[in-house]
Design a protein. Sequence first.
Length: 693
Amino acid sequence: MTTTIVRAACPHDCPDTCALLVTVKDGVATEVRGDPDHPTTAGVLCTKVSRYTERTYHKDRLLHPLKRIGNKGEGKFIEISWDEALDTIATRLGAIAARDPRAILPYSYAGTMGLVQGESMSMRFFNRLGASLLERTICATAGGVGYKYTIGARVGTDLEQFQNAKLIVIWGGNPIASNLHFWMRAQEAKRRGAKLIAIDPYRSLTAEKCHQHIALLPGTDAALALGIMHVLIAEDLLDHDYIAQYTLGFEQLKQQVQQWTPQKTAETCGISAEEVVELARAYGSAATQGDAVAIRINYGLQRVRGGGMAVRNIACLPALVGAWRQAAGGVQLSASDSFPKNSQALQRPDLLSRQDLTPRTINMSTIGDDLLRDASPEFGPKIEALIVYNSNPVAVAPQSSTVARGFAREDLFTVVLEHFQTDTADYADIILPATTQLEHVDVHAAYGHQYMLANNAAIAPLGDTKSNTEIFRLLAARMGFDDACFRESDEDIAAQAFDRKNVRAMHFDWDSLKQKGWQKLNVPDAPFANGGFATPSGKCEFYSAQMLKDGLEPLPSYIAPYESAASNPALASKYPLAMISPPARNFLNSSFVNIQSLRATEGEPHLDMHPSDAAQRNLINGDMVRIYNDRGSFIAKLRITDKARLGLVVGLSIWWKKFASDGKNVNEVTSQQLTDMGRGPTFYDVLVEVEKS
């Protein structure tokens, strides 16, 4: 028996991007574990990825190309050869492209975060074709834009520094479920005497383990940040030297936040004025006494109408108190912009510029409406073909019933690259079986730490599966694309992933990265200790001229939700409960839902509701309830708990529809309305009513 250990990387949409060690015995992967030498992974994996072999060798794994024989959505298919599948796709796409290639749309996101299997060969193919561009907004664009207006780039506190902080504010996230290795650092800080504060409408697993939980109303985080600024300025809990040297617009900010008294903030956020004052004092006092204070923002708080502004407001706080002076101080939203990705080489946008047409862009968060649009001068051609990879839009996109209607169009040609027959795959005309992370080569950046990682193929592809890159290579050949870039191997592409000349990449070398598995970027411990922000002014911009130019309020402000009792009382009289749908601990977006051991732990779709809200509706624990609004409804089992604040219901997600009793999930009730900036989705800006099913 031959046993080898292969260095790999977790491909999933998580800040942790773990370094993996895969045990292979006689060509079979028998174990996936965390690399104990990798400083952030430290040998620890989440429950999901520790069972990755269960996913790779799953009995329902797609191993051969399939062609639809039933109605769209029925999930009835027969096996076909790769030749038949590729010829069918090339013929259909060729005919559409001859009329207008913009009628072809790729739809993908972060089913893999790899720079090779994600958007390299696929983007080369669609750019060469002249297809519509996809605006990939579904997760983090609102917060990313708000953060960049303020800080200049998605750069922040290094994960490895958080254990040295004396105060950590966990704002809009549940890292026990979705950022485990940050939570390990926070726990170490706690053991060293740090105070942990969670800000979240829901008392999550993380909030339960913090010293304090502030349960504000959904969509009011921007107001809370303004209230904190008011107290910091009123009580002079400021670093005047840092403000003078490294910020822009303090005097305007001072005037702007004057109205945000603790009382007004409390009324807006649905908390007490004392909570506002105590939070601001804890934060400002610790910082001005020389202690490191850090904020970990996660993406939950930006999935509302004013989500971009909320992140912008929070990103202003460290500069007010000089928290950036210390390596363990500041704020982290994402580390994405620390990585010098070579997108030009990976995706080849120059191939698109050769086409004699103006490309259009479709927002992935409005795919439901866009699939149902007819051709028009404003919209362009009707979408005639959809190629889905690394995503499951029928389950994850907002206003799901509309999405499903779009996918059900008989005149829409749909190709899905997948590991399993997901809700989306059920609507495909052709399904192409893709490899998993254990079966292909990739290279990874991260958005929660500062290490480049290599993924070596541990095993041969199962059945007739092919990597995303190989599928698009074969399609390019069928379409007659003879550009040299379509002949590059995965190894060739991986070697181009990062800009070798950039000092942060430290002369990136793919061959050495493959051998070691990971390499840290060359970045400072305290990125903004002496200013150096990537904004136009080089300072933290409390006042942003760019925002004004872009038609936005240039100073931190509050944008009320689309759907709340305060902002839309007429709607709230009909649907009085706010709803959020954060990730279930054992799922990752819609990945892993079909893994029996993980799904068994989650049980079935649940809805958490406060006891008073349940009593008002004569509901008891364990009732099957219908959650509904004008957009749709879904069924879940009720859990009565004070983890959900009064007026809030929580549906941990995202379930595949086919595993729900009514064939629906929470996205039946979410809307396609977009955020204030970044054109992101508003998944947590929802009003519903609940009744016994």
